[in-house]
Ligand binder design. Structure first.
Ligand code: PMP
Length: 286
């Protein structure tokens, strides 16, 4: 449980950390966010997360709440005050608080919240050892999934449906039967020939920071990448599958809608990429 939360310039006890009821994040999901991994007390791929946050803000014309250096300080301070060694740090920026009206308010300061929480690495490792199942769902999200907004209701519905079937993640599928991405991850397969496949960037998926860093790792490992969409049938016929996200790095997928992928166990290429992931990531000092 986080004990100290940063809200608009102050570090507050968790129980008292709050934003106004007329905050546009609450009223309209008019807000963006970032989630970065804290690994051994250090931030993973901070620059890429910051660049994506800046892009999300620019796309929605939300002014940056502060300079990137100041944001970096807030993240570090929140991690430090909560003594997070392994976990996640969340930054959330809304357009701010204003009487409820759809068009953008004038002269309103954005709301900034930063929360850091610990995650037991042994728990994630145990999940990765067995691999997770995914449940496929129609992709009912909007046409700008490349912007990291807090408008996460389709992801909540999909994750809940997955949970009810003992699946750890949901995979969204477009109208052509092609996988877009996970509810909170990017989706990958490894073909029987050992080639990595993941959907190309576009408005239909989030440009995952972990995805980007994994592309670098593939280069280091000498693995071939095809950036193209794949179908659920192709994933079921693949040798391996996995998802990538800051919260789970590389997580093996061993079942799709209850049917096994490969031999139904985490694949060797997936496990090697999981093991070596942080070699390719940029690790920032605390
Ligand atoms: N797609 C979606 C929809 C996500 O929510 C996430 C998690 N932030 C990702 C992909 C993975 O992105 P990242 O590797 O930057 O965590």
């Amino acid at each position: 449980m986080p004990r100290t939360v940063y809200v608009n310039g102050r570090y507050l006890p968790y129980a008292h950390a709050a934003v106004h009821v007329e905050d546009r994040g609450f009223q309209f999901a008019d807000a963006v966010y970032e989630v970065a991994e804290v690994w051994r007390g250090r931030l993973v791929d901070e620059a890429r997360h910051m660049a994506r946050l800046e892009r999300s803000l620019t796309e929605l014309e939300i002014p940056p709440p502060m300079s990137q250096a100041a944001l970096a300080h807030v993240m570090r301070e929140t991690v430090r005050r909560n003594r997070v060694a392994n976990g996640l740090v969340y930054l959330q920026v809304s357009r701010g608080e204003a009487p409820r009206d759809f068009p953008f308010p004038k002269d309103v300061a954005p709301t900034l919240v930063c929360i850091a929480r610990s995650i037991d690495p042994a728990k994630i490792a145990a999940r990765a050892d067995g691999g997770i199942g995914v449940k496929t769902m129609p992709d009912i999200r909007w046409a700008r999934c490349d912007i990291k907004t807090v408008m996460l209701l389709p992801a909540c519905l999909a994750k809940e449906a997955a949970r009810r079937e003992d699946a750890g993640e949901a995979w969204f599928v477009d109208e052509s039967g092609l996988v877009t991405e996970g509810a909170s991850s990017n989706a990958w397969i490894v073909t029987r020939a050992g080639r990595l496949v993941t959907r190309p960037l576009g408005h239909d998926i989030l440009p995952g920071v972990t995805r980007r860093t994994l592309v670098d790792l593939l280069g280091i490992e000498g693995l071939e990448l095809d950036e193209r969409a794949f179908s659920v049938a192709e994933a079921l016929a693949a040798g391996e599958a996995f998802v990538t996200s800051a919260s789970a790095t590389v997580m093996p997928v061993v079942r799709i809608d209850g049917r096994p992928v490969g031999d139904g166990r985490p694949g060797p290429i997936t496990l090697k990429l999981r093991l070596n992931f942080h070699h390719a990531a940029a690790i920032s000092e605390p």
